[in-house]
Design a protein around this ligand. Structure first.
Ligand SMILES: [Mn+2]
Length: 381
């Protein structure tokens, strides 16, 4: 009689935690953000327990540096340990931020017993573990960012385990207009398919994405569980992969405290305080907001003081000025004045009108804006 294997392997996959990141340019929000990253450990641990996962995959850049603060490193390793005590195995690789190849790498210490770490530049032999009644082969490398190597042969499926899982910190399908340095391990979806692994747990790109879905070499980026800069917009999550033979079923589980968002704010006809009111309607302490001002406002927008005034409504706020100064009510009001600023407007208008190309015009527009902000600040003193 044939025995049908109905065992299910539940695997949680995350990457790019960047623990210990300083958020140097974030001002008052920096401390909050550093804590947010540490808090994701608790959240991911909770998800792992709730989802009764057997295996946790960490696909690199767990730390922002190869030698993070001792307190942060020990928090991370006791987190791994606690997961182990709850029966969760861990497979982990280093990334480009937390490269293993430094003498003082955080990974060159005794790791918790439940943890498999890959410390070779090639995957010579997969590591075999037994979880949820299944034999699982784990493939991984500690990528050497100084040298190009063809790592793919090491990831080719071999042996007769039930499930074959790889971990890679790589740039899969890089944008065609951007040259990706070898150190970031550029690979294609087709390259991954040739491995014939059931699943490749990817790290490095911070946006969630599934690759080769349902086929050989199926892979996913879970994305960073917290946005690491204002441009990392969208909901954040960790990836749950359930294996019951062949490629896994994938689902994403929301994770992280903050979401980065970009919102266009039409400033046409608005005064400074009306613009501020409009941005304030978006108030949300969980949001990292980039408010992009568009249109032709009543006044010249001075974004820095505006952002400072409204900062407390958000986790973090940046205001980007994409308004058209030339068409603004302010410029129209003062363009005929017999004043320095009136004269300045008339001269820059002539320059804009006479601009030979797009770039020259944009430079003149920017000069008009920057000049008017400076003149306004001077008269406000
Ligand atoms: Mn990263």
């Amino acid at each position: 009689m044939e025995i049908i294997n109905v065992s299910q392997l539940r695997v949680l996959h995350t990457a790019d935690l960047h623990l210990g990141r300083s958020f140097q340019s974030w001002g008052d929000a920096a401390q909050t953000r550093r804590q947010d990253l540490l808090d994701t450990l608790d959240e991911i641990g909770q998800i792992a327990r709730q989802q009764r996962v057997h295996l946790l995959l960490l696909a690199g850049d767990q730390f922002d540096q190869h030698n993070p603060d001792r307190a942060i490193a020990s928090r991370f390793f006791s987190w791994l340990d606690a997961l182990g005590q709850d029966g969760v195995r861990v497979a982990m690789i280093s990334g480009n931020h937390d490269s293993y190849w430094y003498e003082d790498s955080v990974y060159r210490q005794a790791l918790p017993e439940n943890t498999v770490f890959f410390s070779d530049t090639q995957c010579q032999e997969p590591v075999e573990i037994y979880a949820s009644g299944l034999n699982v082969s784990l493939y991984g490398i500690a990528h050497d960012h100084t040298r190009h190597r063809d790592v793919l042969p090491g990831f080719r499926r071999r042996g007769d385990s039930d499930v074959h899982i790889g971990l890679m910190h790589a740039t899969v399908d890089p944008r065609s207009d951007i040259e990706v340095a070898e150190r970031y391990l550029p690979l294609s979806s087709a390259d991954l398919a040739t491995t014939e692994l059931d699943y490749l747990a990817l790290g490095h790109l911070h946006r969630a994405r599934t690759i080769n879905e349902g086929g050989p070499g199926m892979a996913a980026y879970p994305g960073s569980p917290e946005p690491l800069h204002a441009g990392e917009t969208g909901e954040r999550s960790v990836t749950l992969a359930t294996f019951s033979g062949g490629p896994p079923q994938i689902s994403t589980i929301p994770c992280g405290k903050r979401v980065a968002r970009r919102e266009a704010v039409d400033a046409t006809g608005l005064t400074d305080s009306e613009i501020a009111e409009r941005i304030a309607t978006l108030a949300d302490e969980t949001v990292i907001l980039n408010a992009e001002l568009t249109g032709a406002p009543q006044e010249i927008v001075d974004t820095d003081p505006l952002a400072r005034r409204l900062a407390h409504h958000f986790c973090y706020l940046t205001v980007t000025d994409r308004t058209s100064v030339v068409d603004s009510g302010y410029v129209r009001r003062i363009e005929n004045e017999h004043t320095i600023r009136g004269e300045f407007v008339r001269r820059l208008r002539d320059r804009i009108a006479a601009a030979g190309d797009d770039r020259e015009r944009r430079v003149a527009e920017l000069a008009l804006q920057v000049g008017l902000i400076q003149l306004e600040r001077r008269s406000a003193r």
